[in-house]
Design a protein around this ligand. Structure first.
Ligand code: ADP
Ligand code: ZN
Length: 430
């Protein structure tokens, strides 16, 4: 049931002792990097000055801009001791680069093996990794983890939809790693090939890399006939394998023996209590080549209160609700894209894709929501479509407090992405 019982079920007091030990160790390693030597010296923080985990708050935050502007100044050892680099996909601007030692790659693989094993994946499974194998951490990260676990690993990569289906058929794939929006998109390919995914031996899917709602998960589980587990990570903290769902599917266990977790109010920077949504701040506790301290992820989530019946002592975070930097301001109202998805995907008439276009006309902000309708509903008469349009408009209005324009479009007509979905187009002048 456990990949690493000792660490996964470690009683909290012991886990916290281990965290403090590893935090001090990480700090002394980080002091070898020009960037942290200066930062920590300025702040007067030394490994000895940390007498408990609360003291971690003395450590200055690290931001994405620090990583971009400082680059190799974060390395704790000479470049020749690094064996790999990855870069973030650059969702929000210029990419950030992360370097790994051989040991770092092994620790990372161990975390992914632990995560997948937790969901029930075993060496007898056939694992199809449908993520980009490049600078993006999703591909190679899971690949090494699945091999470490011992599953037969198919390095399918992203895209090439018909081939993905053929690989599943040919090798009897049982487990998938797939971006949730792509999992929905792929259903049309199954349909055009006359294949029902429920007839395949698929039983597990790991979905992550982009925010998605519980309704998206439910749709994937039903259409594919499997259990889908939320997987969270970011390249700045290795990549995937930071937090992962267990079979209870009640939040994501954040691996606290490798990461120090804080959730803060992004404005006041004060710590929040369990259940309160704020910005996730993470510190590497085991990476040695390029540890990052108190990294402001910009991801919004809450710590789930209570303990998990699975017996793991690591705290759980909620699904990611959005990013501090993806908040839209429309007519002075704050809107998170996930609010829009929550409303749309809860409706059975709505298909698998939507696009939000923001524009400005006569100094007025306009929001146009283009929604693909499920095929079976699209053939209805005009009167029906009008009332559906109204229903969607009203539902969005009551969630967002602004009234969008809603346009219903035919299935499979909106642009698709094989990587992370692009849902928002902001055409307003900045
Ligand atoms: P980029 O910042 O360029 O997208 P990454 O490829 O490292 O870089 O992506 C990490 C980000 O992807 C996270 O910070 C988070 O915003 C998002 N993400 C990853 N996994 C999930 C998940 N399971 N749910 C929601 N968002 C996720
Ligand atoms: Zn659990």
């Amino acid at each position: 049931m456990y990949w690493d019982k000792k660490h996964e079920t470690m009683p909290r007091p012991d886990l916290e002792i281990l965290q403090l030990e590893r935090l001090r160790e990480t700090l002394s390693v980080a002091l070898n990097s020009p960037f942290y030597r200066e930062r920590l010296t300025q702040a007067g923080v030394t490994p000895e000055s940390l007498s408990n985990l609360e003291d971690a708050r003395k450590i200055p935050f690290t931001t994405k801009d620090d990583l971009r502007s400082q680059g190799q100044a974060l390395l704790t050892r000479p470049l020749e001791e690094m064996v790999r680099l990855h870069a973030s996909s650059g969702t929000t601007g210029q990419a950030t680069v992360i370097y790994y030692t051989r040991g770092d790659i092994e620790t990372w693989a161990e975390l992914l093996a632990r995560s997948m094993y937790m969901t029930g994946m075993r060496p007898t499974d056939v694992f199809q990794n449908m993520m980009g194998y490049g600078l993006f951490t999703g591909g190679l990260g899971f690949h090494y983890g699945a091999e470490r676990l011992g599953a037969l690993t198919i390095p399918a990569g992203a895209g090439n939809s018909r081939r993905q289906v053929q690989l599943m058929q040919q090798f009897n794939t049982t487990a998938l790693h797939i971006i949730p929006s792509y999992a929905l998109y792929l259903l049309a390919t199954f349909e055009s090939m006359g294949v029902d995914p429920r007839d395949l031996p698929l039983r597990l899917a790991f979905i992550g890399a982009e925010p998605h709602t519980g309704d998206v998960r439910r749709r994937i589980e039903e259409a594919y006939g499997l259990k889908a587990y939320n997987s969270y990570g970011l390249s700045e903290l290795n990549g995937p394998g930071v937090a992962f769902e267990c079979p209870e599917q009640n939040g994501l266990h954040l691996w606290e023996d490798h990461f120090l977790l804080e959730v803060i109010d992004p404005r006041t920077l004060e710590p929040l209590s369990p259940g309160e949504v704020g910005e996730v701040v993470l510190t590497n506790l085991s990476r040695r080549g390029m540890p990052v301290l108190r990294y402001r992820t910009r991801d919004l989530a809450a710590v789930e209160p209570g303990t998990c019946p699975c017996g793991r002592s690591h705290r759980r975070i909620s699904r990611i609700q959005g990013r501090t930097d993806d908040m839209l301001i429309l007519k002075g109202v704050n809107i998170f894209p996930m609010q829009i998805e929550k409303v749309l995907l809860a409706m059975p008439e709505v298909g698998t894709n939507y696009l939000v276009e923001l524009s400005r006309k006569n100094f007025n902000d306009l929001m146009l929501v283009k929604v693909e309708v499920q095929q079976e509903f699209f053939q209805e008469d005009l009167k029906y479509l009008k009332s559906l349009q109204k229903k969607i408009t009203n539902a969005l209005k009551s969630e967002l407090l602004v009234t969008p324009l809603v346009e219903l479009v035919e299935p499979m007509t909106l642009p698709r992405s094989e990587g992370k979905a692009l849902r928002i187009m902001d055409l307003r002048d900045k």
